[in-house]
Write a protein that binds this ligand. Structure first.
Ligand code: E4P
Length: 217
């Protein structure tokens, strides 16, 4: 399973990359707004930190506009994955851009039917949004499972990129089901290390070690 970081915060990306935890990055217009930086400048910087795919999203709503913006974003670095929404315009842009050899991430996927269309359009990645489905009392993880089964039935090459990840359980469940990639906010990735028995066990080891009076220094 590949690990992408869902942020445009370059400090957070650098910190996790130093730990070897970053196979790629996903951004979206909301994350760019949160970072408060110019999209081209921050995307270029992210691409200089991370070797793997960096998703940068178009903001046009028509195919021609998406294609032009996609080409512009793809021109920033060889590891850009152009992100387009799961609309007919987005699928049209996906087909053209992937035909030109660009990586394309089809985002805002909320159904298996949409995921089939993304695969047929030649998407490199499809991004089903787990958390936003859970938010409206639907089952985000069931969608990952459905897409996995369908893609495996037909050997579709599009990678399932589990997105809108809100918790450590989302990461482990998506990995168990077989999502190709999980993109998670930096905090969720950092939270993955936490376990009370690890803390308790370490405290006990330290206390017992201190009682020996020995030193390893
Ligand atoms: C994925 O590519 C999206 O940027 C992201 O995962 C959306 O997450 P959210 O629903 O928490 O905003």
């Amino acid at each position: 399973m590949k690990f992408f970081v869902d942020t445009a915060d370059t400090d957070a990306i650098r910190d996790l990359a130093a730990l070897g935890m970053v196979d790629g990055v996903t951004t979206n217009p909301s994350l760019i707004a949160k970072a408060g930086r110019d999209i081209l400048e921050v995307t270029r910087e992210i691409c200089s930190i991370v070797e793997g795919p960096v998703s940068a999203e178009v903001v046009a709503l028509d195919p021609e506009g998406m294609i032009a913006q996609g080409r512009k974003l793809a021109g920033l670095a060889p590891n850009i994955a152009v992100k387009v929404p799961l609309t007919w315009a987005g699928l049209t842009a996906c087909r053209v851009l992937s035909g030109e050899g660009h990586m394309v991430n089809v985002t805002l996927c909320f159904s298996a039917a949409q995921a089939i269309l993304a695969a047929k359009a030649g998407a490199t990645f499809v991004s089903p949004f787990i958390g936003r489905l859970d938010d409206i009392n639907l089952d985000g993880m069931a969608l990952i499972q459905d897409i996995r089964e369908i893609y495996d039935n037909y050997d579709f090459k599009t990678q399932i990129l589990a997105a809108s990840v809100r918790s450590v359980n989302h990461v482990t469940e998506a990995a168990r089901i077989g999502a190709d990639v999980v993109t998670a906010p930096p905090k969720v990735i950092r939270d993955m290390v936490a376990h009370p028995l690890t803390d308790k066990g370490l405290a006990q080891f330290m206390a017992d070690w201190k009682a020996t009076g020995q030193s390893l220094d």
